[in-house]
Design a protein around this ligand. Structure first.
Ligand SMILES: [Cu+2]
Length: 328
């Protein structure tokens, strides 16, 4: 009997080493909500295993086994929301990149009953890999315990799915090697704006999971060897992030968009690095602001970060890695 329980303990340890995770908690107003309360329960809620088939309809919300029990939560346009990671361990353990998409449910369909089909998804947030021409490649998303982002204030009011995906790239050098950790929250956006979100893509459809010919749309960011040779650049999968302008174009081809996204990301990183030091200097010389700063789980620093460098009381700005500090 003793040996049996010892065996069970070893088996449990082996399971624990698998290092997978889900994102079952939605963050609203800086607070964690209950597990699977506003996030659709995913097929992997128990085994935590990733999705690897980007052509499956499961690539939308990974919820095909879901009877549909999640509730819908009201969030104001312009507010910060997010997802909390739960797993073994409870952080984005694998090296990889992250995207957050939103899709508006048809006006005659309750979002809790909607499958997210069609050319409806636009990107609102991304955490790409950082490269420096071939010396190093780093993954700012690695190790995050929460992912937060802002719903663009120009987002029209209505019901939306918010889809987070962490694309783990540690064994992605062959087709279907990349691991997708996906979750969708159901939200009612209030106080919305008059923007036109875009470019819009479909899931499945946005990704091939393969390295395609440049002429057909260049998508090297999913099937990629991140170790050797060290990639000189990284092209983030998916379209450009919609920041809330009214000029979102609904039908840009995925390939052209992907290339643009990569170029934009590189430029952004360079520009915001200098901005970040300016912001830091300003913060130091001015009086400490009380009651301002990033909310709990919000970003408050890291290489390339140009936003708030302080946290709302009582949260402390904590370094997660070189590229990401978070209010915890
Ligand atoms: Cu894993």
């Amino acid at each position: 009997m003793k040996s049996l329980s010892a065996f069970a303990a070893v088996a449990a340890l082996v399971v624990g080493v698998s290092a997978h995770y889900t994102l079952p908690n939605f963050i609203v107003d800086g607070a964690n909500t209950s597990t699977w309360q506003y996030v659709r329960q995913t097929n992997n809620w128990q085994d935590l295993n990733p999705l690897t088939d980007v052509t499956s309809t499961d690539v939308r919300c990974y919820d095909s086994l879901e009877p549909g029990t999640a509730s819908t939560v009201s969030v104001a346009a312009g507010s910060t929301v997010g997802f909390t990671v739960v797993g073994n361990p409870s952080n984005l353990y694998h090296d990889g990149v992250l995207n957050v998409y939103m899709a508006k449910a048809p006006s005659d369909t309750d979002v809790s009953k909607w499958d997210g089909s069609g050319n409806v998804w636009f990107k609102v947030h991304e955490i790409p890999a950082v490269t420096d021409g071939g010396k190093t490649i780093t993954f700012p998303a690695t190790g995050l315990t929460q992912v937060t982002f802002t719903i663009p204030s120009a987002t029209p009011s209505g019901q939306y799915l918010i889809r987070v995906e962490h694309i783990a790239l540690h064994v992605a050098s062959s087709f279907a090697g990349a691991q997708f950790y996906i979750a969708c929250a159901q939200v009612q956006v209030t106080n919305g704006g008059t923007g036109t979100p875009g470019p819009l893509v479909a899931f499945p459809g946005a990704y091939t999971g393969n390295v395609r010919l440049k002429a057909k749309g260049y998508e090297p960011g999913i099937m990629i060897n991140i170790y050797w040779p060290i990639p000189t650049t990284y092209i983030q999968p998916g379209p450009a992030v919609w920041t809330g302008s009214g000029t979102g174009s609904g039908s840009t081809t995925a390939g052209a968009t992907t290339t643009t996204a990569g170029a934009t990301t590189t430029t952004k990183a360079t520009t915001t690095t200098s901005k970040a030091s300016t912001t830091a200097a300003t913060t130091t010389t001015s009086a400490p602001a009380s009651g301002t700063g990033a909310p709990q789980f919000g970003q408050c620093g890291g290489q390339g970060w140009a936003g708030a460098t302080t946290c709302l009381s009582p949260f402390k700005c904590t370094v997660v890695n070189t590229f990401y500090s978070q209010c915890l």
